[in-house]
Write a protein that binds this ligand. Structure first.
Ligand SMILES: [Fe+2]
Length: 189
């Protein structure tokens, strides 16, 4: 499969970002998530797919309208990538990285503003990008997130999510956040 290069993906970010600030925030986060994926043992994942998926997973953030629920950025990114003829296998990284996977029951039980479907990682590459994404936040200011602090907050995505996160931690291990924090100048908490 012909996947876009880093430069092509960066150009897509520049094209869809509504402002240089939005570009800087989202592109930096996506490069950090790509860097994080490289820290985890995932022999079954496809490295090139993981790279492109990590760099693209949050591109839907640019499509959020004022007041629109943040959780919609996944499906918006999926639509965006399909609209520029990128393949479904890449678009899925957008719609399938939220929390530690959302089920149709989560969508219905929490009245999430999403089509009632499963948004679960289905391949080793999708699981890896979803997991790596948990360790950096586009908060103001952006920061790295420890296992402890993500575990404290994961409950907002529904029951049993802490359990799934613990399974992922057991599978992939703990990232080295300090070296990335120094490189990007973001705090860890
Ligand atoms: Fe993300």
């Amino acid at each position: 499969m012909d996947l876009p290069t880093d430069d092509e993906i960066r150009a897509l970010h520049e094209r869809f970002a509504p402002s240089p600030e939005a570009f800087d925030l989202v592109w930096t986060h996506c490069t950090i998530v790509r860097d994080l994926t490289a820290q985890f043992p995932a022999p079954e994942a496809d490295p090139d797919l993981v790279r492109a998926g990590a760099l693209l997973h949050d591109i839907g953030v640019y499509r959020l309208q004022p007041g629109e629920a943040y959780i919609r950025h996944g499906v918006l990114g999926h639509e965006l990538l399909r609209s520029v003829d990128l393949p479904e296998v890449l678009a899925r990284f957008c719609s399938h990285h939220t929390g530690v996977g959302l089920t149709r029951d989560d969508v219905l039980a929490q009245s999430l503003p999403l089509p009632p479907e499963d948004y679960l990682d289905e391949t080793p590459s999708e699981t890896l990008v979803m997991y790596a994404d948990k360790f950096h936040s586009k908060s103001t200011p952006p920061r790295f997130v420890t296992i402890e602090s993500y575990t404290r907050s994961v409950g907002r995505f529904g029951p049993r999510k802490a359990e799934r996160f613990a399974e992922l931690v057991a599978r992939y291990g703990e990232p080295d956040l300090e070296s990335l924090a120094r490189r990007y100048g973001h705090d860890v908490h």
